[in-house]
Design a protein around this ligand. Structure first.
Ligand code: ZN
Ligand code: ZN
Length: 172
């Protein structure tokens, strides 16, 4: 199996840290306002600030990103099984299949199947404003909040971008 990259999930956690430290310094200020000015609005603001912090943390990404990285790693492992990166230090070769595989399998709680799939990625060079047959631009077929994941058109149910034939329309 390929390496599961940790960067994007670490980024999620760091974003949480900075969100929380922003909240933290605002809370300090609200406490000061309450003490110095007797401003009780500060207390209710603190309440709504703390109550609202969890939805802003994007806890869902803590599951979504690792799963996606794991899928990428699986796909990579499938696509490029043999050639290791030349720069990588020599690692011990994967152990060969043991001869007594039948015997071993009786002790496996899970049978493993490696599943390969084709993942569609956003192409920054394609041109965000090129039009799809659905009438909406290329860039709208991706989720800008999720690393430009190919989610289909945001305006309609079009799943696959197919460039509109504008030349045909113009001549007819
Ligand atoms: Zn479309
Ligand atoms: Zn569309």
């Amino acid at each position: 199996m390929g390496d599961v990259k940790t960067e994007s999930t670490a980024e999620v956690i760091r974003n949480m840290a900075s969100e929380l430290s922003g909240v933290s310094s605002r809370l300090e200020k609200l406490a000061d306002d309450l003490e110095r000015k007797g401003d009780w609005d500060a207390a209710s603001e603190a309440l709504s600030l703390v109550a609202g912090v969890i939805p802003n943390l994007r806890l869902d990404l803590l599951a979504a990103r690792p799963i996606r990285e794991f899928q990428y790693a699986l796909a990579d492992a499938k696509q490029a099984p043999a050639p290791a990166e030349p720069a990588a230090p020599a690692e011990p070769a994967a152990p060969a299949e043991p001869d007594n595989a039948d015997e071993d399998i009786a002790n496996q709680p899970y049978l493993l199947e490696r599943v390969s799939y084709v993942k569609q990625h956003y192409n920054p060079k394609y041109g965000d404003h090129r039009l799809c047959q659905c009438g909406h631009p290329y860039e709208r077929h991706f989720d800008s909040f999720e690393d430009m994941e190919a989610i289909g058109c945001k305006y309609c149910n079009c799943n696959d971008f197919v460039e509109a034939d504008l030349t045909g329309e113009a001549s007819s």
